[in-house]
Write a protein that binds this ligand. Structure first.
Ligand SMILES: Cc1cc2nc3c(=O)[nH]c(=O)nc-3n(C[C@H](O)[C@H](O)[C@H](O)COP(=O)(O)O)c2cc1C
Length: 397
């Protein structure tokens, strides 16, 4: 049997194969943050398609942490019935689902959250939203730490199989971890240990309020690709080791996607016209110029986070490692598992295009996914339209 189809446990939850749907913002929730029928359909289909573990798109734990208009929210008890409906649908379809919990930090706008975006430090203007964030006070920090705890409790009440903390891509947790975004001089910054403190306190708060056996996962950046040094692979390895010591149940490694380097996260084509369409009229000319310059610079290399994962795997012991980013051929996925570079194969864009991918691989019907990383699905996000595959070429089976 292929290494891809050996079951493995994450905490107490048995995952029947090694495929993970990496968190993918759907742009499908209602404007209130509540779950919609389309969103349920998306995950039901993925569960029927055989994905071992589905991780949802980022859910906002606090009103100040909302990053997108049609983003799912988990900041209030009124969200629980909808979230439960989502979990029940996935379970009935035979799947397992983890909620990704996030705070958008500086990567949002005043219009979205009704206040100046929050960040560890008020460093520079965001290159996309042009907002200068507010440096968080001690009270702001503790409020967000608590919010992650109460959101986790809601995930348990809704019946989720696990949660994943979004500690990547330039949102609040990764901002605290990054020496580029976090230039504080108090006990929340100034050293790697202090920059790690925010994540550590969030993790400890969550462990206080969820059942001991409830799995808590994390997605971390291995490289921020910020203009000055942020998170690098060695620093990511140190943070990963500390998370393993704390008892995290699985770790996923990604990169980029801070607003300074969003194409690193999703390498492949740069769909300038589609990305620019979503900008306000006054940003369009500069957008064309800036985004156009990126074309041809982010060609996809198979498994582009593998080298960083190789640094991390030895320091996390038995903690399962999920690798994401450009995994496209079945033989390469098997190579990653057989060499023990990672334990799970995590994908986003291929599942947007082919929700039934895993079953097809299991049946030996394909040796390569048909996603060509055109990134039109990614461009749906700034355009605030549902995330589907907008590449009309025929799916190869
Ligand atoms: C449309 C879209 C939305 C995404 N939303 C999220 C998200 O909510 N949370 C997250 O951690 N990563 C998000 N990602 C990143 C993916 O999880 C993944 O790390 C990245 O696409 C690379 O994997 P791939 O090559 O398999 O697509 C998103 C990617 C895309 C294309």
């Amino acid at each position: 049997m292929s290494a891809l189809f050996y079951p493995m446990k994450i905490g107490n939850v048995e995952i029947p194969n090694r495929f993970v749907n990496s968190a993918t913002h759907e742009c499908m929730a209602k404007e209130t943050g509540e779950i919609s029928d389309d969103l349920i359909k998306r995950y039901e289909r993925l569960a029927r398609g055989g994905v071992g573990l589905i991780i949802t798109g980022l859910m906002s734990v606090h009103p100040s942490g909302r990053a997108y208009k049609y983003q799912t929210a988990i900041h209030h008890d009124r969200m629980i019935p909808g979230l439960k409906r989502l979990v029940d649908a996935v379970h009935q379809a035979g799947g397992r689902i983890a909620f990704q919990l996030a705070h958008g930090g500086r990567q949002t706008t005043k219009a979205m959250i009704g206040q100046t975006p929050l960040a560890p430090s008020s460093r520079g203007r965001d290159p996309i939203n042009f907002v200068k964030p507010k440096e968080m006070t001690q009270a702001d920090i503790m409020e967000v730490v608590k919010a992650f705890g109460t959101a986790s409790k809601r995930a348990v009440e809704a019946g989720a199989d696990a949660i994943q903390l979004h500690g990547a891509h330039g949102y609040l947790i990764s901002e605290f971890l990054s020496p580029f975004f976090n230039i504080r001089k108090d006990s929340w910054g100034g050293s790697d240990e202090n920059r790690f403190r925010f994540l550590k306190e969030i993790y400890q708060e969550i462990k206080k309020v969820v059942p001991a056996s409830f799995p808590v996962l994390i997605k971390l950046n291995t490289n921020d690709y910020t203009p000055k040094e942020g998170i690098t692979p060695p620093l990511a390895a140190a943070y990963s080791g500390w998370m393993a010591e704390l008892g995290i149940n699985a770790l996923e490694v990604s990169c980029g996607a801070t607003n300074y380097s969003y194409m690193n996260m999703c390498r492949g084509d740069v769909p300038t016209a589609e990305l620019v369409k979503g900008l306000s009229w006054w940003k369009k000319p500069i957008g064309h110029l800036m985004i156009g310059k990126l074309e041809g610079k982010y060609d996809l290399a198979e498994g582009y986070n593998l080298e960083a994962a190789k640094l991390i795997k030895p320091v996390i012991g038995d903690t399962p490692l999920m690798l994401v980013g450009g995994l496209r051929t079945v033989s390469h996925m098997e190579y990653v598992l057989e060499n023990n570079y990672a334990d799970f194969i995590s994908m986003s864009r291929p599942f947007i295009r082919e929700p039934f991918l895993v079953n097809k691989i299991k049946e030996g019907k394909l040796d390569k996914v048909s996603c060509v990383s055109c990134n039109r699905c990614l461009a749906a996000v700034p355009n605030e339209i549902p995330v589907y595959c907008y590449n009309k070429s025929q799916i190869l089976r």
